[in-house]
Design a protein around this ligand. Structure first.
Ligand code: HEC
Ligand code: HEC
Ligand code: HEC
Ligand code: HEC
Ligand code: HEC
Length: 473
């Protein structure tokens, strides 16, 4: 039978309203799907909601439409069974039923191209925006969004880090994205959101879109401010010359781990990758060394989870940088938002922000109240003279809490360790603990000059700051 003859009964029978609605649904879903393809091919691509639309809602509409067509035919046959002609009209333009079907297809195509195109474009632009990612699931993402706004990446869109280039990433992020929306809707998500989230974790290429290897390097001076908890608050400073080094060569911190041909693999025994009993280093000459902690048996990683080191093993908090209470306070104290003449101000501040509050609201009420109450009780004179300064300081102290602790999400002090450094968390010292290679002769060094020259450590007025012209002599 020729195709035309085979098609003619279908065309005849499907010119009923149910089948025609099916035709419209199939066309609509098909066209909208095609509109969404470019957004998903862009490498840096849409967030979970677009994925849901494209990969869950549209296919559902498509198949529902597809099912309506035979359903309509079946209904039409049942109703008009006896009146049906023996020979169906030929598929020619004169056939009114064919004309009707074609008109339907044409109209819904034009309407979809015009309306759908505009709508999809608007929706995609909106959904890709930082506001959407950070605020739509307001409570869930609040910790990450707040930390992000205070980070060097506050102008970088969520999707530039979280959805990497390549089809593989695309599919993975779609699956995990769809799951996220479902878990938010049904309140299934864990609090705090566990880290690392495998499918959200950016890849090395993600960072290198903006930070190319030749560019992030050299030596870098970094000043750390610290304040004492005494009655009279005293500031000290540490000054480091950090050997950041070039990713292009083998110099410094970057070169040692990220230089061309260098590969470091490590085995971790906990999910957060804080305990690393096994490290394997392959140098540019291709020689491999294994370094293991004393308690680890054998040359192989055994049953540890093994990962290849990349940017995120040090910079695991480039954007969601949470602080410990001491460091957060040091920052606002250095910024000058707290009156340093208030007696014991850091000690009181530390105690207040470390206390437990059940809700954000409670902390907003209690922290300023407790600070005022402390001065009211112990230093009524100071309270009388410096009421405004105390209120202003309390606000800055509260801001440290607000930026780092989110009771609703169980995000408390220190739940997200930061791996750059070694004072707040083990960080570099997870591996740099003088462990020897199994062949002998090499260690992962912890010598204080390995990574930075310590130009000053906790000094009240470091000479180096004056030498560099950073303070007046
Ligand atoms: C500069 C890159 C970057 C940007 C921009 C960025 N993130 Fe992240 N994000 C990361 C990294 C790195 C991690 C930690 C991954 C790990 O430890 O495995 C992370 C982790 C997360 C997590 C898991 C919980 C956690 O804190 O570990 C969530 C949720 C998240 N990001 C949401 C967002 C949202 C929402 C935005 C935009 C407001 C955003 N991210 C912007 C790099 C980024
Ligand atoms: C879309 C561009 C973009 C992407 C992608 C990006 N960054 Fe950045 N990053 C920036 C910009 C811009 C700055 C500088 C901000 C400033 O100087 O205030 C920066 C700054 C930094 C800094 C320096 C922070 C400091 O304290 O000075 C680090 C570290 C960093 N990025 C790491 C990363 C890592 C790791 C990734 C991958 C997860 C990444 N970045 C992805 C644009 C990007
Ligand atoms: C072994 C740990 C480690 C790895 C791996 C690592 N970094 Fe860094 N990076 C550091 C340290 C430490 C600093 C200095 C931190 C500081 O200034 O506080 C730094 C600084 C930076 C800076 C700021 C440089 C400047 O001079 O302002 C950028 C950007 C950066 N890293 C990007 C990257 C990227 C991209 C990758 C992956 C290709 C990467 N890093 C891999 C440890 C690492
Ligand atoms: C996963 C384990 C691991 C982590 C985490 C790690 N390193 Fe390393 N690092 C190594 C290994 C392995 C070597 C190579 C040792 C060798 O050459 O024998 C190395 C070498 C270095 C060197 C070169 C030492 C030299 O004398 O040539 C520097 C500098 C360095 N690391 C800095 C850092 C800093 C800073 C951090 C934290 C931000 C860090 N590392 C985190 C594994 C690690
Ligand atoms: C494996 C590399 C490495 C080694 C070894 C190392 N450091 Fe550090 N250290 C760092 C990095 C990276 C930072 C910067 C962290 C940051 O940017 O926040 C740092 C920061 C510091 C700071 C300032 C931290 C603060 O919060 O006040 C001091 C002080 C310091 N190191 C002292 C030492 C001493 C003392 C030793 C020897 C026992 C040592 N370091 C060994 C990598 C190292």
């Amino acid at each position: 039978m020729k195709l035309k003859e085979w098609l003619s009964p279908i065309v005849y029978l499907s010119s009923n309203w149910i089948s025609l609605i099916g035709v419209v649904l199939v066309t609509t879903a098909g066209i909208l799907f095609m509109f969404l393809i470019p957004t998903s091919m862009r490498g840096h691509s849409p967030d979970p909601y677009i994925g849901i639309l494209q990969f869950m809602v549209l296919p559902m509409v498509f198949f529902a439409g597809l099912a309506l067509i035979p359903l309509g035919i079946w209904w039409f046959k049942k109703r008009h069974g006896k009146e049906l002609p023996d020979v169906f009209p030929a598929l020619e333009f004169g056939n009114p039923r064919l004309r009707r079907l074609l008109a339907f297809l044409a109209a819904s195509t034009v309407a979809n191209v015009v309306i759908g195109g505009t709508l999809v474009y608007k929706a995609v632009t909106y959904m890709e925006s930082v506001n959407f990612c950070g605020q739509t699931c307001h409570v869930v993402m609040k910790p990450e969004f707040t930390a992000y706004q205070n980070s060097p990446h506050s102008r970088v869109e969520c999707v530039s880090c979280h959805i990497g280039p390549g089809a593989n990433w695309f599919v993975k992020s779609k699956i995990s994205g769809s799951w996220q929306v479902i878990s938010v809707t049904f309140n299934l998500y864990p609090r705090p959101i566990p880290t690392p989230i495998e499918n959200l974790r950016p890849a090395r290429e993600t960072c290198e879109v903006c930070h190319w290897p030749q560019k992030y390097g050299g030596d870098r001076i970094k000043v750390f401010n610290n304040f004492s908890d005494d009655e009279k608050t005293k500031r000290t400073q540490s000054v480091l010359l950090l050997h950041v080094g070039g990713g292009n060569g083998y110099e410094g911190i970057h070169g040692a781990h990220m230089g061309p041909g260098v590969q470091i693999r490590y085995g971790h025994s906990d999910k957060q990758r804080q305990k690393i009993p096994w490290v394997e280093y392959t140098g540019k000459d291709g020689k491999t060394f294994v370094f293991k902690a004393k308690e680890h048996q054998g040359e192989a990683p055994g049953n540890l989870d093994v990962r290849t080191m990349d940017c995120m093993d040090c910079h695991n908090r480039p954007s969601h940088t949470y602080e410990l209470p001491e460091r957060g306070l040091n920052r606002v104290l250095a910024e000058g938002n707290v009156d340093l003449t208030l007696p014991f101000v850091r000690k009181v501040a530390l105690e207040t922000i470390k206390a437990e509050y059940k809700t954000t609201e409670e902390s907003e009420r209690e922290i300023p109240r407790r600070i005022a109450a402390y001065y009211e009780k112990n230093y009524p004179q100071v309270m009388a003279e410096k009421k405004d300064a105390i209120a202003r300081s309390a606000k800055a102290i509260l801001s440290v809490y607000q930026r780092n602790v989110f009771p609703e999400m169980n995000v408390k002090w220190g739940v997200y360790p930061n791996n750059v450094g070694h004072t707040d968390f083990d960080g570099c010292f997870r591996c740099h603990d003088e462990r020897e290679s199994t062949k002998g002769g090499r260690t992962i060094p912890s010598d204080c000059d390995t990574c930075h020259k310590t130009l000053a450590q906790d000094e009240e007025s470091p000479k180096i700051m004056a030498d560099l012209g950073l303070v007046k002599k």
